[in-house]
Design a protein around this ligand. Structure first.
Ligand code: SF4
Length: 508
């Protein structure tokens, strides 16, 4: 795949119409795209697929995968994002092209670590399972041929001859059902899972698989191919990392969340420092509640914690002046004296507000960034408790926050399945006494905003007059922030930008 410069294009397709590349709506993604695409299209395809995979993840935990609500919601999302869906199954070239290219872009972004690979594989498998199940019998047959899985359907004569064995060895089958269904003769290597689960009749090194079980074979084949492909892609990373246009984009995507931009602080100056303790208990997600408590207890946070919590507080509306006052008051209660604070820490806080150094307006961290990068070590309080805490400690913490035992079990189950953001959503539901959060959690500041909206009956944060800084300063600071927004549409700060900030936060 090649990329044209951002300046030349806007969603212009550069390779013409190559319909023959996509004979089927469903793909095994065996061949990478070879056409040139613009960076704008590259980014928008990738973001849309990421949105889709996030929905797949959410739906997979909230609904039974074979149920109608799951299917209806997933189809609606596919339609909305213009990926192939049932009604378009046999006709939409643009949707198939987008499906193909976006899969390969995320494959590049998500091959970079074991965690990322696992997440990507799981969501792609679920997406594939749904789309395969939506094909008609005729299209399934066509797909099997296209994917070189053309298993031989056995003749009626052979089926009659084997009828008793097929009926006895295939769970849930009656003689009538055997008569109605097509059976395929499949090599044992392709039917290992069914063989192990004793779900098929075996004879002379072949499994006789009913049509309704073919999806298990196709899925296992797809899983094997995709995990190998991810491992191979990971090996080719060094060559990709040398491409200065691609690397920031890919890093960006793997830490990316798709949601509102929390670098624009609508609430700047609307909370007072006195409110923070109460807010931390009512409206902070667990990661920030933990950081706030650690800060209050030990009057200090190490640099990972200061960055994660400081930018979150900025995102909920603390002005620079409030941030300086907040951190100083706390730190001087510990081992840091006022002079040391002013010389070292104050600079870094001004820096994070874009008032020093490169004057970059730093964006609060998204969940993906917190979950995927910079894991906490001993003595650190940053990170995501659902991802980084020992399950037993997490359980104790949830108990101390009066989460009911059944809720704790549900949260721990989600954590076990590595659905950390969904575990956090469950925590939100339990602490706010709602059945369904009604949003897909991507960002700690989104958690805060949604919590406040719910607690205030849909109203924005109340204007707080005390400690809100002078209006002139607020206007200036807001202007500064808007003018400093990153040019990317996907709302996260790129890592190279953060490097500058990290330098100033390295002192513990
Ligand atoms: Fe924080 Fe996101 Fe983890 Fe929730 S899921 S605790 S908001 S990082």
């Amino acid at each position: 795949m090649e990329f044209s410069s951002r300046a030349r294009q806007k969603h212009v397709r550069l390779a013409g119409d190559r319909r023959e590349l996509y004979p089927h709506s469903l793909q095994f993604y065996l061949e990478p795209p070879t056409e040139s695409i613009s960076l704008v299209e590259f980014e928008s395809f990738a973001i849309d697929r990421l949105k889709l995979l996030k929905v797949v993840e959410n739906l997979g935990v909230s609904y039974v995968r074979s149920g109608d609500p799951y299917k209806t919601k997933l189809e609606a999302e596919l339609r909305k994002l213009k990926f192939p869906y049932r009604a378009l199954a046999e006709g939409d070239y643009e949707a198939r092209r987008k499906d193909h290219i976006s899969h390969f872009i995320l494959r590049l972004a998500y091959c970079q670590s074991e965690d990322l690979r696992r997440w990507f594989l799981q969501q792609e498998m679920d997406l594939f399972r749904y789309r395969f199940s939506q094909l008609t019998e005729g299209l399934m047959q066509k797909f099997l041929e296209y994917a070189n899985l053309s298993f031989e359907a056995i003749s009626e004569d052979l089926k009659n001859e084997l009828a008793n064995d097929l009926c006895a060895s295939t769970p849930g089958f009656t003689p009538l059902k055997v008569k109605e269904q097509m059976f395929y003769k499949v090599g044992l290597a392709d039917a290992v899972d069914l063989f192990r689960a004793r779900r098929v009749f075996i004879k002379d090194g072949f499994a006789y698989v009913p049509f309704k079980e073919i999806d298990a074979i196709v899925l296992s084949n797809y899983r094997t191919k995709l995990s190998k492909a991810l491992a191979l892609t990971a090996r080719s990373l060094p060559s990709i990392q040398s491409d200065e246009r691609l690397q920031p984009l890919l890093n960006h995507l793997s830490h990316c969340y798709v949601g509102p931009d929390y670098s624009v602080q609508k609430n700047t100056g609307k909370i007072s420092l006195e409110q923070i303790d109460a807010l931390s208990m009512k409206s902070f997600p667990l990661c920030m509640r933990q950081l706030h408590k650690a800060l209050r207890d030990s009057h200090h946070l190490r640099h990972g914690g200061r960055m994660q919590y400081g930018l979150f507080l900025k995102g909920i509306g603390l002005t620079l002046e409030q941030a300086l006052e907040f951190w100083k008051k706390e730190f001087i209660r510990g081992k840091v004296d006022a002079d040391k604070f002013d010389k070292g820490y104050a600079y870094s806080i001004r820096h994070s507000y874009g008032k020093e150094g490169r004057r970059t307006d730093y964006t609060p961290y998204s969940c993906m960034k917190i979950i995927m990068s910079n894991p906490p070590s001993q003595g650190d309080y940053h990170g995501c408790p659902f991802r980084h805490s020992d399950p037993e400690l997490l359980k104790q913490k949830l108990q101390s926050y009066k989460i009911p035992p059944s809720g704790i079990t549900q949260i721990l189950e989600l954590v076990k399945g590595m659905h950390y953001q969904l575990a956090c959503q469950k925590y939100f539901e339990l602490t706010h006494d709602v059945d369904d959060v009604g949003f897909s959690l991507n960002h700690p500041n989104q958690y805060f905003t949604e919590s406040q909206r719910l607690l205030n009956g849909g109203r924005e944060l109340k204007k707080e007059l005390s400690n809100s800084g002078n209006p002139q300063q607020k206007n200036n600071s807001q202007e500064g922030m808007n003018s400093n927004l990153t040019p990317m549409s996907s709302n996260t700060t790129t890592d190279p930008e953060l490097e500058g900030l990290e330098e100033y936060f390295t002192e513990d």
